[in-house]
Design a protein around this ligand. Sequence first.
Ligand SMILES: Nc1ncnc2c1ncn2[C@@H]1O[C@H](COP(=O)(O)OP(=O)(O)OP(=O)(O)O)[C@@H](O)[C@H]1O
Ligand SMILES: [Mg+2]
Length: 284
Amino acid sequence: MTITHDVQTGVSAQAQGKAPIIEVRNAAKRFAVNGQSLTVFDGISCSIPQGAFLSIVGPSGCGKSTLLKLISGLEAPSGGEILFNGAKVTGPAEGMIYVFQQYTKSIFPWRTVIQNIEFGLNSHKKLGKRERDELCRHYVKLVGLEGYEHYFPYQLSGGMQQRVVIARALICEPSVLLMDEPFSAVDALTRAILQELILKIWQTIPVTILFVTHDVEEAVFLSSRIISLTKSPAKIHEDVVIDLPYPRDQITTRADEKFHGLRQQLFASIFLQEKGGAPSAPRS
Ligand SMILES: Nc1ncnc2c1ncn2[C@@H]1O[C@H](COP(=O)(O)OP(=O)(O)OP(=O)(O)O)[C@@H](O)[C@H]1O
Ligand SMILES: [Mg+2]
C-alpha cells in the first residue's frame, strides 16, 4: 500500500475528514527544581490529524521532549489535557509508542536483532510462534536488516541499531509513533538514509509520526507540518504546513527552491531566539 498525502494540508487521503488523532488542549508543565517552580510551558494547544508527519523544533531546553512525553502519557501535564482518539491520556496509552532520545539504551545487548524486535510483541499480542516469526521477518525486511537477524547489538553499526529500535516499535502496530531526536547519534550519511527509510515506512503503513529534532533541515525534509516552539516558557511560535510533494528523496527534494526557503525561514526564527533576539513574526 502507498499512502498519499495532500500537499496543502499534510493530511493523508485515508485520514481526510477524520477527527484529529491527538489534541493538546491548553497544556502546561511545571517542574519543582531546588524548591522553585520551573514553568516549561503554559497554554500549549494544537490538534494533530491522523496520518500527519509532524515535527516539533525549537531552541535547546525549550520543552520539545517534555511536550512529547506529555503526549505519550509518560509525564502528566500540570494543567490542561491531552486527548488521544478523543480519550484523555492518563498514562502510557496502547497504540502510542515512544522512541527515546538515547535509543541505544533501550536495546537489549544480550538479545539478537530478531529477539530484540520480537520483544516489541510481548505486551501487545498473544500470537502463535509462526505468526510471531512471520511478523518479525516482515519488520526485519521493512527496516532493511535482512541477513542480520542473528547479530547481537555490539556487532551492528549505530544506524543498524536504530533500525532495530524502529522495527521493535512498529511491530506493535502503533497508530502514533513518537520519536525524540532519533537520528542525532549517527553520521550525516547514515542519517540521510534513515530519513528516507522513515519516510518510506510512513508512506507504507498508516501511522502518525510525531518527531522531535533540533535539525530544521531534517524537519523540513521529513514533515508534512512543523511546529516551532519559542524559548522556555515555550509557546507555539510557528505552525507551518510543508507543502513539498511526497514521495521525497534526498536528491530531488533538497534541490527544490521551496525547500530552501522553508528551511531558511525556520532556521532564522529559531536561531534568533537562541541568540536572544526577538523571534521573527510568525506565519499565519
Ligand atoms: N524531570 C525533570 N525535572 C526538572 N526539570 C526538567 C525535567 N525534565 C525537563 N526539565 C526541564 O524542562 C526544560 C525543558 O526540557 P526538555 O528536555 O523538554 O527540553 P528540549 O527542548 O527537549 O531540549 P533539547 O533540545 O536539549 O533536548 C529544561 O529546562 C529542563 O531542565
Ligand atoms: Mg530533548
